[in-house]
Design a protein around this ligand. Structure first.
Ligand SMILES: Nc1ncnc2c1ncn2[C@@H]1O[C@H](COP(=O)(O)OP(=O)(O)OP(=O)(O)O)[C@@H](O)[C@H]1O
Ligand SMILES: [Mg+2]
Length: 237
């Protein structure tokens, strides 16, 4: 185990951050580690359930069996599905972002757990306020980053931009996971997919930790079983 935790960043929203974070959390928990989770910012058009404001919070909690409640895992929830800065322009009375609170919770969780998995919101440049981005939160927590990208057309542009930003912010990126969200069966797509990992590694300089296949109805068990045999796991065991 190299560090106290990892920040899971996507090149975009809906890229598989929660799916992979839950798989990793479940795998580490099954191997006897006490794992804490955080989703500092979440937004959806409505509250998920009485107990959990966002679905991600529920998935992350269940994957790791953490006893923490919604407000600790997810201190900032917005009921308009957009970046917090945009929401603040619509709902002038919405919860004001306090990065100190996130740091306090994170440090408290590091005392109680052996490893913390933090899921971002969208990509690195989601604006939280006019001059505060998700990237600033990663920097503040000072933990290694795993980047998640998909196999959709346009992904190479997103991952190269994200890697440039990581260098700009001097983030400690431990590697990239390519998540095959899209079941692209056509021969030409398969040819692109075959050269994607080496090309991403070449252009970003970051190692490819895993290439997750398209999985019908993915869940923590399926993802954990897959991650067990990848480079990703060598980082942890
Ligand atoms: N490898 C995969 N194969 C098939 N479907 C996948 C795979 N990974 C994720 N998905 C599906 O893609 C969707 C988005 O995944 P997920 O919720 O993990 O993304 P996210 O990046 O956490 O999104 P958000 O930005 O809303 O937090 C989900 O329906 C999930 O089941
Ligand atoms: Mg998510």
């Amino acid at each position: 185990m190299r560090d106290k935790g990892v920040f899971i960043i996507g090149t975009d929203t809906e890229i598989g951050k929660t799916t992979i974070a839950a798989g990793l959390g479940f795998l580490l928990t099954k191997n006897g580690l006490r794992v804490g989770v955080m989703k500092p910012f979440a937004a959806d058009s409505k509250q998920y359930s009485k107990e959990f404001l966002s679905r991600d919070t529920k998935i992350l909690k269940e994957a790791t069996n953490t006893q923490e409640h919604n407000d600790i895992i997810n201190p900032f929830f917005y009921n308009i599905p957009s970046a917090p800065y945009l929401v603040s322009k619509i709902q002038v009375k919405c919860k004001r972002i306090d990065p100190k609170k996130i740091l306090e919770i994170f440090l408290e969780l590091t005392k109680k757990n052996e490893f913390i998995i933090v899921e971002g919101m969208g990509g690195l440049m989601v604006p939280l306020t006019k001059n505060l981005y998700i990237a600033d939160i990663v920097k503040m927590l000072n933990i290694p980053v795993i980047l998640i990208m998909s196999n959709k057309i346009g992904t190479i542009n997103h991952i190269v931009m994200t890697s440039f930003l990581c260098r700009h912010y001097k983030l400690n990126v431990i590697g990239i996971i390519i998540n095959n969200l899209f079941n692209l069966k056509e021969r030409k797509f398969r040819m692109v997919n075959a050269v994607l990992p080496e090309t991403v590694n070449e252009l970003t300089g970051y190692p490819i930790l895993a290439v997750v296949p398209y999985i019908k109805s993915p869940n923590k068990d399926k993802i954990a079983r897959f991650l067990k045999n990848t480079n990703m796991c060598k980082l942890f065991f």
